[in-house]
Design a protein around this ligand. Structure first.
Ligand SMILES: *[C@@H]1O[C@H](CO)[C@@H](O)[C@H](O)[C@H]1NC(C)=O
Ligand SMILES: *[C@@H]1O[C@H](CO)[C@@H](O)[C@H](O)[C@H]1NC(C)=O
Ligand SMILES: *[C@@H]1O[C@H](CO)[C@@H](O)[C@H](O)[C@H]1NC(C)=O
Length: 471
């Protein structure tokens, strides 16, 4: 059915239907699982027990797909693209590669991704911003969970039944950590005999954690608290990158062999190669409902009473409400404030950012505004909620709301180098300096009734502030 050069010779949707509906039925190949893996240029699916060991393309034409995960019940595949600095998704039942963006800003190197199939959340690591974040599956209500003591966070794995998340960090002090999925109870669980901990996976049935170390060339396992560590495969691996498991079998990708390998999860024996000569195998998951069993959680009814995020937790009552980055939770522990109360606004040449001063993480959020080329001065009108800024390259004064919406250009003529701007929030006027025309001018806040205030005896007027109360 699948040609090595041409790809699937029957529509992918048909294969996928078989894959999704005929598991365990002899129609496909019986009980062997499907492996979903990222291959930089594409995301693929392979039948681990198939006789013709070829893979099917789920989505192609990608830049640099690294981490991959799925939501089985909704048929969604998620992946990170470290080149495009994005998290994307597609429905596995769709033909024709309909790719949707989930997160497209504030990512630099999203190396690890995990889907909480019960709470319907995405968790990810970023080894450049050094953050671990969470968001709804559609990317809304995004929140930074960890921003300190992270160096090179990579793989991330979830155990929603117990409310725990696990991640590897291959930085200066390599380690495996565990924390509640609501960021509570963070703890280092492995920090000896560890160098480049790469892949990480959880055996949900036997409650074990498996990881691969690319430098020490082994796969080890331990209890979920890091105790009872055991060797599975020692010394004979080249550069394992990611691993996953199903039943008694462990599967992993290797950068050097460019293959997917398998072995028995307890003994490390019965080593075999599933697929070889791949372009660049990265993350891997077993695509099976067995890897995402259903159970009831307190978040299921009415979102746990939370206005925004309901995150699973290891601590009684086994969930907690959380707010988007920068926003505080009200005293009721359920409702988020309508936004940040104190915000620092930053013009950064090619983008504008806001940093909430209400929360300790001070995460900068890029405003989604097009065509910012050389932003210089910035000010804010608390009455209407507009941000005003000057752009030295576009040669304009513009405004937009704090969330980036409603962008408008106010002044474009006779603007050379508008370097300073100030909002009179009382009389509703806007003042600016221009080091090109050497003037100080004013308009109404909507850009009408422009007037030159001072044009004599100015050489390079730059910063400007107002004191409306004193006039
Ligand atoms: C794919 O599955 C999703 C979720 O189950 C559904 O909403 C959508 O209509 C399906 N699309 C097609 C083409 O079958
Ligand atoms: C995103 O998902 C959340 C949670 O499922 C939902 O409440 C919200 O309406 C969705 N937003 C959009 C824009 O789809
Ligand atoms: C601009 O603002 C002034 C003062 O608020 C108002 O009188 C005028 O109608 C506005 N003009 C436009 C075009 O919105």
């Amino acid at each position: 059915i699948v040609d090595k050069e041409l790809g699937p010779l029957v529509p992918l949707s048909f294969l996928v239907l078989l894959c999704l509906t005929n598991r365990g039925n002899k129609l496909w190949t019986g009980s062997s699982p499907f492996l979903l893996f990222a291959n930089r240029r594409d995301v693929r699916l392979v039948d681990a027990g198939g006789t013709k060991l070829e893979s099917t393309v789920v989505v192609s034409g990608l830049e640099d797909a690294a981490a991959v995960d799925f939501q089985y019940s909704q048929g969604i595949v998620f992946w990170t693209d470290v080149s495009e600095e994005a998290i994307k998704q597609t429905y596995i039942n769709q033909t024709g590669n309909v790719v949707q963006n989930v997160i497209i800003s504030g990512l630099v190197s999203p190396d690890g991704l995990a889907c909480d199939w019960i709470g319907k959340k995405l968790y990810w690591t970023d080894s450049e911003t050094n953050r671990i974040e969470v968001a709804n599956l559609n990317g809304t209500s995004r929140k930074v969970l960890f921003w300190q003591d992270l160096d090179q966070p990579r793989a991330i794995a979830l155990d929603p039944a117990h409310g725990y998340m696990y991640w590897t960090d291959w930085g200066e002090t390599p380690r495996i950590e565990r924390a509640g999925m609501d960021s509570s109870t963070r703890k280092i669980i492995v920090d000896s005999d560890i160098y480049w901990p790469n892949g990480l996976t959880i055996d949900l049935d036997e409650q074990k954690l498996y990881w691969a170390d690319a430098k020490l060339s082994f796969i080890h396992r331990a209890n979920l608290d890091g105790s009872f560590r055991q060797k599975v495969v020692e010394g004979s691996l080249t550069h394992p990158f990611a691993l996953t498991l199903s039943g008694d079998t462990l599967y992993w990708t290797d950068w050097q062999t460019r293959s997917i390998h398998a072995c028995n999860k307890r003994t490390g024996e019965k080593r075999r190669e599933i697929l070889s000569a791949l372009y660049s195998p990265m993350d891997i998951q077993v695509l099976s409902p067995d890897r995402q069993p259903y159970f009831h959680t307190p978040c299921e009814e009415n979102n746990g009473g939370c206005s925004h995020l309901c995150l699973l937790s290891p601590r009684d009552p086994f969930y907690s409400c959380a707010c988007p980055t920068g926003v505080q939770l009200e005293d009721d522990g359920r409702t988020c404030k309508s936004g940040a109360e104190e915000v620092l606004l930053l013009a950064r040449r090619t983008d504008l950012r806001r940093i909430s001063l209400d929360m300790p993480d001070f995460t900068d959020i890029i405003l989604q505004i097009d065509n910012i080329r050389h932003a210089i001065a910035i000010d804010y009108d608390p009455v209407e909620g507009y941000i005003y800024w000057t752009d030295d390259d576009v040669r304009a004064i513009r405004r937009a709301y704090l969330d980036g919406s409603g962008a408008q250009t106010l002044v474009t003529s006779e603007i050379n180098h508008p370097d300073g701007i100030a909002v009179d929030w009382v009389a509703r006027n806007l003042y600016w300096t221009d080091t090109g025309t050497d003037r100080i001018e004013v308009t109404r806040l909507n850009g009408t009734s422009r007037k030159i205030l001072i044009s004599e005896n100015l050489d390079e007027p730059r910063a400007i502030v107002l004191n409306p109360v004193m006039g």
